[in-house]
Unconditional design. Structure first.
Length: 199
């Protein structure tokens, strides 16, 4: 039997031109290549993580609350038990823990485009997959929140024709317009081609 062809896939936080081995770069990619998430004959065309801005942006409100609590502790220092140093160390620990969780959320999140589907894979302890067949996509569009505009990233939303399929959202993608062009081109090719079983 001939060895299965190894596909070189693009995977990088900042959407660079670097091509890396997915099995070595991300454990979820290794799972996909063993066939646990991919259908027979399905070929991955693009695989990305969110921008690194994902890490601070998803915990911005939480860190703001920690900062406000620390400022309040400083103002009412004389009325609180214990030294101010205790509250400072507690705030640093809590903020660091939240950033660590955000980093794990970033690391375990993948946006995948194959010749058949568009997928979002996420989950620290349990993998969750939202996907939509390319031939069933009604609209693929990009939009930016205020925070995304400031950091020059964006979100890509893939809306299916039927409610039976998931809306697939790629949040906080670097160079979203370029990524959207790739996704739309794959959708167009899929709709122009023949029918794929199961889609």
């Amino acid at each position: 039997m001939s060895e299965p062809r190894r596909e070189k896939l693009e995977i990088d936080a900042s959407f660079t031109e670097a091509t890396l081995s997915p099995a070595r770069t991300h454990p979820l990619a290794a799972i996909m290549l063993t066939g646990q998430l991919l259908q027979g004959g399905e070929v991955v065309q693009l695989m990305l993580r969110p921008s690194l801005w994902f890490i601070p942006l998803i915990c911005l409100k939480f860190l703001g609350c920690v900062a406000i609590a620390l400022i309040a502790a400083k103002i009412y220092d004389e009325q609180l038990p214990g030294p101010m140093r205790f509250y400072l160390e507690a705030a640093i620990f809590i903020a660091g823990t939240r950033l660590a969780i955000a980093t794990m959320q970033w690391y375990t999140r993948l946006y995948v485009l194959t010749d058949l589907r568009v997928m979002r894979i996420a989950g620290i302890f349990r993998i969750q997959v939202a996907d939509c067949p390319l031939r069933r996509v009604a609209v693929a569009r990009t939009f930016c929140t205020t925070r995304e505009k400031i950091t020059r990233i964006g979100t890509i939303e893939i809306i299916p024709q039927e409610e039976t399929h998931h809306v697939c959202t790629w949040q906080m993608v670097a160079r979203p317009r370029e990524v959207l062009k790739i996704v739309r081109a794959a959708i167009a090719r899929s709709k122009q081609g023949g029918c794929h079983p199961g889609n």
